[in-house]
Design a protein around this ligand. Structure first.
Ligand code: PEP
Ligand code: MN
Length: 311
């Protein structure tokens, strides 16, 4: 058998170059950190003094205030988004949601208004003062969306799109990262870690329901995630009771439960004409339901020593 020299072994085991450079968190944090056993070392509670608050143009997410984000699944047209923006502002929400680029199950479903949708969101924000959140689906959309919206939403289907996570990690723009519908808490926190390690500390987690054996509902809203993640990470956690249930009649109860469980906010689909929503019509609540829910949430947050964020 030929003798294999050390040199040869070195050559054979030399790793090919990485297509993406290692992220910042890798070496420096290992060196400074006393709990290297957590693979999500930047997201872990011990890497931060107290809990993180994310500043969204002066609106703080993750502090004592509970932030309510509301709006349609999709931006449909100018009249729709302006009317909904005015109504959710009046109801007491501080962030307007609305998808301009939509991840739809079928390619023939409405895919969103794209740039036009972003322009309409900005217009609604200018008039009402609401902060805005919209989904980014592709790294090529990052610059454009950053220009128009106050927060990126990374959807459940893209939680493990590492190229996209790296791309938003290069900005300092707030990112709401939704939990994948099949993801464990560890995978969720590792996805957040990609953004943090890229240099963007402004990450907010969002529990939006997972697939379980419960076939009667669209998803199962996993509220265990809230107290569990509160112990495991310093990042704010908000809850999406709309996708988490898929049914408008279940949204108020799960919203109340989420806030009682300690969520830092809610993201709720609502519409001036819920049944005619172009996407996710079954889960959109009416403005009247939102108004009633806001009153109930105010009572619940008062009972746990918090307040609802205002503009
Ligand atoms: C949405 O917010 O409309 C959406 C598509 O959410 P998710 O990624 O959680 O399905
Ligand atoms: Mn939706």
């Amino acid at each position: 058998m030929p003798r294999i020299t050390q040199e040869k072994i070195k050559k054979q085991t030399k790793k090919p170059p990485l297509s993406s450079p290692p992220l910042k968190g890798s070496s420096s944090v290992i060196a400074n950190h006393s709990t290297p056993s957590k693979p999500y070392r930047l997201a872990h509670t011990t890497s931060h003094d107290g809990m993180t608050t994310v500043d969204v143009r002066g609106l703080s997410i993750g502090g004592n205030h509970v932030v309510i984000m509301a709006g349609p699944c999709s931006v449909e047209d100018e009249a729709q988004i302006m009317a909904i923006a005015r109504a959710v502002k009046e109801a007491g929400a501080t962030v307007l949601r609305g998808g301009a680029f939509k991840p739809r199950t079928g390619p023939y479903d409405f895919q969103g208004l794209g740039k036009k949708g972003l322009q309409l969101l900005k217009k609604a924000s200018k008039e009402t003062g609401l902060r805005t959140i919209t989904e980014v689906m592709d790294p090529r959309q990052v610059d454009l969306i950053q220009e128009y919206a106050d927060m990126f939403q990374i959807g459940a289907r893209n939680m493990q799109n590492y190229t996209l996570l790296r791309e938003v990690g290069r900005t300092k723009h707030p990112v709401l990262l939704k939990r994948g519908m099949h993801s464990t808490y560890k995978e969720f926190l590792l996805a957040a870690e990609y953004i943090l390690a890229g240099g963007n500390p402004n990450v907010i987690l969002c529990e939006r329901g997972i697939r379980t054996h419960v076939s009667e509902l669209r998803f199962t809203l996993d509220l265990n995630a809230v107290p569990y993640l509160k112990q495991e990470t310093h990042l704010p956690i908000i809850v999406d009771p709309s996708h988490g249930t898929g049914r408008r009649d279940l949204v108020p109860a799960m919203s109340r439960a989420a806030v009682a469980a300690g969520a830092d906010g809610l993201i709720i689909e609502c519409h001036t004409d819920p049944a005619h929503s172009v996407s996710d019509a079954d889960q959109a609540i009416s403005i009247e339901t939102l108004e009633q829910l806001m009153r109930e949430i105010n009572t619940i947050v008062g009972a746990i020593g918090r307040t609802v964020a205002t503009l």
